[in-house]
Design a protein around this ligand. Structure first.
Ligand code: ADP
Ligand code: MG
Length: 148
């Protein structure tokens, strides 16, 4: 039924568990994967409470580092998928709103399922769900499978 799964990852241990399950799940149902990592946009420096417009060279370097880090994460997932015989694309996006970038990518790539961990970098706190997962669940119009 599901043919194309979007797999957001933040590189955390909990996310790695979701990655392993998603690869096995995709393999068992013959689906393909798109793995996405969202890195933060450069916000500029604060000076006496006012945001100073970002120096463009610094912004560029900051965002290039973000993309480089994303690509490292994505390569790891892509090789795990490849080893399992699952087709997998990687997408690196810059945004301050990971949940929004995840939902937009799901639409753009016409994914029919989003599969992600309940928590991420902040870990299993008393919160029922991590903040990005909670927002994806709230705003997504396609099914979301939450790995615990
Ligand atoms: N920047 C990100 N890029 C891609 N996926 C993300 C990002 N941040 C979180 N996620 C996804 O959401 C899951 C839950 O993370 P999150 O909701 O941020 O929880 P936490 O509050 O514990 O960090 C992660 O395991 C990952 O799958
Ligand atoms: Mg997080």
């Amino acid at each position: 039924m599901y043919k194309h799964i979007l797999l957001p990852t933040d590189g955390s241990k909990l996310s790695a568990k979701a990655v392993r399950q998603a690869v096995r799940f995709a393999q068992s149902i013959g689906a393909k994967l798109t793995v996405i990592h969202v890195s933060a946009a450069y916000r500029g420096m604060m000076d006496e409470g006012f945001a100073v417009p970002a120096v463009s060279a610094y912004r560029k370097r900051f965002e290039e580092q973000g993309i480089k880090h994303s690509k490292l994460l994505l390569e790891g997932v892509k090789s795990a998928a490849q080893a399992a015989g699952v087709a997998c694309d990687g997408v690196a996006v810059i945004s301050d709103f990971p949940y929004d970038a995840i939902i937009k990518q799901a639409k753009k790539a016409k994914c029919d399922l989003i599969m992600m961990a309940s928590h991420g970098r902040k870990g299993l706190s008393s919160l029922l769900l991590g903040s990005e997962t909670a927002k994806v669940l709230t705003h997504s119009t396609i099914p979301v499978l939450v790995v615990r």
